[in-house]
Design a protein around this ligand. Sequence first.
Ligand SMILES: NC(=O)c1ccc[n+]([C@@H]2O[C@H](COP(=O)([O-])OP(=O)(O)OC[C@H]3O[C@@H](n4cnc5c(N)ncnc54)[C@H](O)[C@@H]3O)[C@@H](O)[C@H]2O)c1
Length: 449
Amino acid sequence: MSHADQLIRKAAERDVLFGVVGLGYVGLPLAYELVCAGYRVLGYDINDRVVNSLMSGHSHIKDISDAQLAEMLKDKRFVATTDAARLAEPDAISICVPTPLSKFKDPDVSYIVAATGAVKATLRPGQAVVLESTTYPGTTREVMQPALEETGLTVGEDFFLAFSPERVDPGNATWHTRNTPKVVGGVTADCTRVVAALYQPAIETIVQVSSIETAELVKLLENTFRSVNIGLVNEMAIVCDKLGVDVWEVIDAAATKPFGFMKFTPGPGIGGHCIPLDPHYLAWKMRTLNYKTRFIDLASEINSQMPAYVVEKVAHALNAERKAVNGSNILVLGVAYKRDIDDVRESPALDVIRLLEGSGANVSFHDPYIPTIREDGHVHEGVDLTAKLLASMDAVVIVTDHKKVDYQMVMDNASLIVDSRNVTNGLVKTKARVVTLAASTRAAAEVMV
Ligand SMILES: NC(=O)c1ccc[n+]([C@@H]2O[C@H](COP(=O)([O-])OP(=O)(O)OC[C@H]3O[C@@H](n4cnc5c(N)ncnc54)[C@H](O)[C@@H]3O)[C@@H](O)[C@H]2O)c1
């Protein structure tokens, strides 16, 4: 029986040891689904704190609870290790390591290179390797395949190599790893067939595509689509502000069109490790082919200017009260990059805080999910959200619209709110003067800024 058919048979019998390299926001939920599908999973991470915490039953990822981790650890169905030599054991290995940008916004594939090196060191006939990390088209074929073939093994015959982008949306209660369709593209037809069969018990829908580059581009199209549309509504917020029109009313009314429109909402900018970064992977790749990706660059420019736009709103709002940003006490409410998650990576709140502090404000923050922010060696401790605290602030800037926060209480006690998410819309107008990103008719009538 060929190695391909052996792996497919093992998958059907759930007799597979799956390796997951990188046990973060992507790797751990994937490991959970693989265990639930009946596989045994060996998790490998270079961070011994992550491994020790997981092995002692504490999940560091909000989407996987300690109870779910306990299920995984039961009967040793999941074992985490920092020992790279153990990567010889799994039948299949999914690589879920970070793909950040360099200072110059170029792709940093050093984590992929390092993980590939670890897999290569123990690669044996009959293993399947899948890259899940978001990256530029060509990475799997140009970076991983040659490295793995240096072992003398042949892709598509001795071992199998595919790209399958992770689409996890942290904090999303409806769509998670299992019920989100998974795209798989292999180096050869057998690579696609084998990897699709391996994932099939863990994921409800597998979408096979004809090439590895197609699979790589699928992920980049999805995230570029979001970045461009968010850029468009952010620009629309600025347009509406200048026209004195409520941008949220415009968007809500446009969204009543049953076809041809998809709702996106403006905000203080984009964050996380996907939307602000991934389009740059494609832009970089296209620069190497002498093509400038204009939509990507423009969306990125507009989105990255939003924190400054929010700070401008704060300055105008304080100015209307004869106050300066310099010396004002300002509370940033919500620092996670999006609602109901505990991830502060690339969060626009960090830029808002930096810009306000740069103008001399005394900035504090509250986030129900993030007690502390560590940045450039500085540690910022969050504060409790109390009526007394709110009353002592010159301004409260809502950056993240966590559902857990009592915004009516904020309205009742703060004197000035700059609401970048429109979360105060519909609340009872009590004490606070509310300024939104775009002059709403509500704010314009009540606030002369
Ligand atoms: N977080 C998301 O919402 C999301 C969604 C879809 C895709 N992605 C993509 O998935 C990939 C992983 O992202 P993440 O958010 O899970 O990252 P993460 O930082 O949460 O986790 C990555 C883990 O990999 C480990 N690691 C780093 N180098 C390693 C190596 N050489 N060997 C073994 N382990 C190593 C780190 O210690 C860390 O625990 C990225 O490419 C990202 O763009 C992320």
